[in-house]
Design a protein around this ligand. Structure first.
Ligand code: IPD
Ligand code: CA
Length: 269
């Protein structure tokens, strides 16, 4: 079985487990702040994914959102180190935990594989719609078996753009500031509550673009590869190329990228 097939199988297993536990009275608690929530299902999902990956590839590295939180001070070093490691799996066990806790559809499992810092495989599974998005380096991007491509919209005014509202105040402020300029220029704005879902939707042409400040590698790594393989473009908010340490991110169909970046370059982070 290929890395991609293994990741897809595990993402589906975790996603169906998460969905089955929705509304089951799971425990939820604050993580870094009152705006940042984690549930026992996030932890159970990460444990399941980690166990399956370790069974399949005992020699590969693993970077998951929940285990990373316990060693938050080491995250930058671990991401830097991942750039020189042969294989590291980067996992968000539930992206969109706030949606999950509130009973709102729009949460995903995101699994990416990096090799020497390059993304080589990525899957994003949305159990609510049973939609699996995936890509392998050089092989194109797919949703439930059909090829996907970014939107052909040539201008922001023809584009629906996604964004998110991060938990840290400074990052949320940066989103608000850029939104003030971007919202009047595009057809509409969506905030679906899962960065991975936004990126998957850019790849599938449902959104023309997405930006957010203050994300982490597990929120975005799989989506970055899927967008690139679908013909789109991903950079940081200053226009520099994506790398595993990027947290302020812009993904688009390529055509609207520079216009979207303008207010962010002014903000300067
Ligand atoms: C969050 C989601 C959300 C985004 C937040 C992220 P989590 O991830 O991706 O859409 O706005 O910034 O932290 O906590 O649900 O994995
Ligand atoms: Ca998460």
């Amino acid at each position: 079985m290929s890395y991609l097939e293994t990741a897809g199988r595990i993402a589906r297993e975790a996603g169906l487990m998460i969905q089955a536990k929705m509304g089951s009275g799971f425990a939820a608690e604050e993580k870094s702040s009152v705006f940042d929530v984690v549930t026992e299902v996030d932890r159970a999902s990460e444990q399941l994914i980690r166990q399956r990956l370790e069974e399949a590839y005992p020699e590969h590295g693993f970077l998951g959102e929940e285990e990373s939180f316990a060693h938050a001070g080491e995250l930058a070093d671990r991401l830097e180190r991942a750039k020189s490691e042969p294989f590291v799996w980067i996992v968000d066990p539930i992206d969109g935990t706030n949606n999950y806790v509130q009973g709102i559809p729009g949460f995903t499992v995101s699994i990416a594989l990096a090799s020497y810092g390059e993304l080589v495989a990525g899957v994003i599974y949305d159990p609510c719609r049973d939609e699996m998005f995936w890509a392998e380096k050089g092989e194109g991007a797919f949703m439930n078996g059909s090829p996907i491509a970014v939107s052909a919209a040539p201008e922001l005014r023809l584009t629906v753009v996604g964004t998110g509202f991060p938990s840290k105040a400074a990052n949320r402020q940066a989103v608000m500031e850029s939104l003030r300029t971007i919202a009047p220029q595009c057809r509409s704005i969506r905030s679906l509550g899962s960065a991975a879902l936004h990126l998957a939707y850019v790849a599938a042409g449902r959104l023309g673009a997405f930006w957010e400040y203050g994300l982490n590698a597990w929120d975005i790594a799989a989506g970055v590869l899927i967008i690139e393989e679908a013909g789109g473009k991903v950079t940081d908010t200053l226009g520099w190329p994506y790398s595993l340490t990027v947290s302020h991110v812009v993904g688009s169909n390529g055509k609207v990228h520079d216009d979207l970046l303008k207010p962010m370059i002014e903000i300067g982070i």
